[in-house]
Design a protein around this ligand. Structure first.
Ligand SMILES: Nc1ncnc2c1ncn2[C@@H]1O[C@H](COP(=O)(O)OP(=O)(O)OP(=O)(O)O)[C@@H](O)[C@H]1O
Length: 326
């Protein structure tokens, strides 16, 4: 879908992209980087809106340096910043954008109605955009990116400014763009963690350089750590402790007692040695007459892959949520 080769963009004072080479296939891909990492610059080059200083790039097999117009016919773009006219309705605006993309009047109106419904805008679509909430404006921006039925969409920070519920809804919507319509998505975020559930593939850039490009499952590989949770009983008022003691008696060590996890005191963590470990846990829990609430392999979170970024992410999210009354 997208291929760049040693792509650079230098402004007089900053190198926004620094010899970036990356291949992006179909599906939902996250482009992650801190503010100023070069995400928006990359998108503008890929749309043929801004020339690269060096290197080359192709989108859908088309060279960005010479085929910008053809690329923009096939690609939808949701820009980061507020760019909506306040005094027209969502319907008028999206119809206009559909007409600009070359759809005839009737098709433009039909596609607009379908697309606005798909992004979750109903009666309010006839009201002026100026009165919309941030979440509604983001939906209008998404609708205008989809209205001409593109093969690929670039979404620049679509969750920016949204509260946690709005963020989840937007991420769900993005996932469905691919699963229901087969449109591939490149979505940027400065929050690595939020792309974990949405993206098949994640590209991380920093200071305009590629840090990592891999499938989300590679980022979130299963660890060998098992998390176990059991019920308590009259005979064993502290079921977790009883299981821990029984496992220790059989020479199996538990570690950390689930520090940092919600309900930490009730979760036992241990390293699985193979199938026997699962059988042993089952037998120990059954012998004690307790119920096994869960036994699961812990997975890495994407943000754990980068030292310290975990805390950074949650701090950022707290700050953003605080700004929106959450
Ligand atoms: N037109 C420009 N002129 C000069 N510098 C620019 C220009 N556009 C971007 N930059 C600089 O290039 C760097 C990358 O910016 P870019 O907007 O691509 O980052 P980003 O990852 O999208 O971050 P953000 O989410 O904050 O927009 C930044 O240091 C920015 O200040």
């Amino acid at each position: 879908m997208i291929a760049t080769e040693s792509l650079s963009k230098r402004f007089p004072r900053v190198t926004a992209l620094d010899r970036l080479s990356v291949d992006i296939g179909p599906g939902v891909t996250g482009l992650v980087g801190a503010n100023g990492a070069g995400k928006s610059t990359l998108i503008k080059i890929l749309l043929g809106l801004s020339p690269a200083t060096e290197g080359r790039a192709e989108v859908l097999g088309l060279d960005v340096a010479t085929k910008g117009g053809a690329i923009r016919e096939r690609v939808g773009y949701m820009p980061e910043h507020d760019c909506l006219p306040p005094d027209v309705s969502a319907t008028e605006f999206v119809v206009h954008m559909a007409r600009m993309s070359g759809l005839p009047p009737t098709a433009a109106r039909e596609r607009t109605a379908d697309t606005l419904r798909h992004v979750g805008l109903y009666e309010e679509r006839y009201r002026p955009i100026g009165g919309y909430s941030t979440g509604m404006k983001q939906r209008v921006k998404l609708a205008q990116a989809l209205v001409h039925d593109p093969q690929l969409v670039f979404l620049d920070e679509p969750t920016n400014g949204l509260d946690p519920v709005g963020r989840d809804e937007m991420l769900g919507l993005i996932r469905r763009i691919h699963t229901e319509f087969g449109i591939s998505v490149l979505v940027t975020s400065h929050l690595l963690g939020e792309l974990e559930r949405t993206c098949d593939h994640v590209v991380v850039i920093d200071g305009g350089k590629l840090l990592r490009s891999s499938s989300t499952t590679d980022f979130t590989q299963a660890t060998a750590t098992l998390a176990i949770e059991v019920t308590d009983s009259d005979a064993h008022p502290d079921g977790t402790r009883a299981v821990r003691d029984a496992l220790h008696a059989r020479g199996v060590d538990t570690h950390n007692e689930g520090q940092g996890l919600p309900g930490a005191g009730h979760i036992l963590l241990l390293t699985a040695q193979g199938e026997e470990t699962y059988d042993l846990i089952r037998d120990v829990v059954a012998d004690l007459g307790l119920g096994l609430v869960r036994m699961e392999q812990r997975r890495h979170h994407i943000s754990e892959v980068f030292t310290g970024s975990d805390e950074h992410d949650s701090d950022e999210q707290r700050k953003e949520h605080a700004g929106h009354g959450g």
